[in-house]
Design a protein around this ligand. Structure first.
Ligand SMILES: NC(=O)C1=CN([C@@H]2O[C@H](COP(=O)(O)OP(=O)(O)OC[C@H]3O[C@@H](n4cnc5c(N)ncnc54)[C@H](O)[C@@H]3O)[C@@H](O)[C@H]2O)C=CC1
Ligand SMILES: O=C(O)[C@@H]1CCC=N1
Length: 258
């Protein structure tokens, strides 16, 4: 099966790599081919002609910026009639996509953890049966994947699409916390990262509520409660909720700019 990835930038490049690693034949396009050295080294064909890429492909991923998706779809409209086209473009609805071409569209939202096979990818589509099975086979090469109602896609974008950026802010703050109390940089980073990974794994494997796991850590009168007290004073919960809300709202208005 041959897959075209139009717009092999940050996420498109990650998608091309994941598909190639899973054994798919991948052709990718981007404006400046000289920036795609890593993809070429992996045996991914990189060209600048979207029409040539689509002609050769069974499935097409679109990973250009929201402001470019209309132009790209207009350019390839006749070639994607009846073809499976998966858009990972933030904020652009199935209805918008269908305005440009008669393709079998899927709206998906992965995150940058595609690079390590640990994305959370949600997708919405009107397709059924074997076509959805193919979509899932492709998206599973990125990590976990779930079908959702399209009404959730902007919120998914604001939560898990943008989420790695929020987590890195928190992680960096933890490392700085370690530096502040005198830990060497490497040790502070290693301790913070493993704590994040271990806590995520613990919550996933035990399926416990985060509050319950927090109670396991807080020894009455001990160290953790003093740390948690400071976090609550810094209003970390409202800060994170506001971040997700702002990114979701932005996703909702992006589609008006296509
Ligand atoms: N960066 C991320 O973590 C995620 C991004 N997305 C979505 O993916 C899309 C791309 O985002 P990024 O990868 O961050 O941006 P980017 O700027 O890194 O990548 C865009 C790529 O599109 C290429 N491009 C521009 N015009 C083109 C055209 N006419 N034909 C072919 N290629 C063209 C550019 O050369 C560039 O390589 C956006 O719509 C964004 O909403 C979705 C999920 C996660
Ligand atoms: O920042 C953005 O618009 C894209 C969508 C989700 C992650 N990055």
């Amino acid at each position: 099966m041959r897959v075209a990835v139009l717009g092999a930038g940050t996420i498109g490049g990650a998608i091309a790599k994941a598909l190639k690693k899973a054994g798919y034949d991948v052709v990718a396009t981007r404006r400046r081919i000289e920036k795609a050295k890593e993809l070429l080294e992996l045996g991914i064909e990189v060209i600048s002609d979207n029409r040539e890429a689509v002609e050769k492909a069974d499935v097409v991923f679109i990973a250009v910026k929201p402001s470019k998706v209309g132009d790209v779809l207009e350019e390839i409209a006749d070639l994607i009639e009846g073809k499976l086209v998966i858009s990972v473009v933030a904020g652009v609805s199935l209805k918008e996509l269908k305005r440009f071409a008669k393709a079998k569209f899927v709206r998906a939202m992965p995150n940058i953890a595609v690079l390590v096979g640990e994305s959370f990818t949600a997708y919405a589509t009107e397709l059924e049966g074997e076509e959805v099975e193919l979509v899932e086979r492709l998206l599973r090469t990125f990590g976990d994947c779930v079908r959702v109602e399209e009404e959730h896609m902007d919120a998914i974008t604001g939560l898990s699409g943008s989420g790695p950026a929020y987590v890195t802010v928190f992680l960096e703050a933890m490392v700085y916390g370690g530096l502040r109390v005198g830990l060497p940089r490497d040790l502070a980073k290693r301790a913070s990262l493993q704590t994040l990974l271990g806590t995520a794994k613990l919550l996933m494997e035990t399926e416990r509520h985060p509050a319950e796991v927090r109670e396991w850590v807080i020894t009455p009168g001990g160290t953790t409660i003093d740390g948690v007290f400071e976090l609550e004073e810094g209003k970390i919960r409202t800060a994170v909720m506001k971040a997700v809300d702002a990114a979701t709202k932005k996703s909702r208005i992006l589609s008006k700019r296509v």
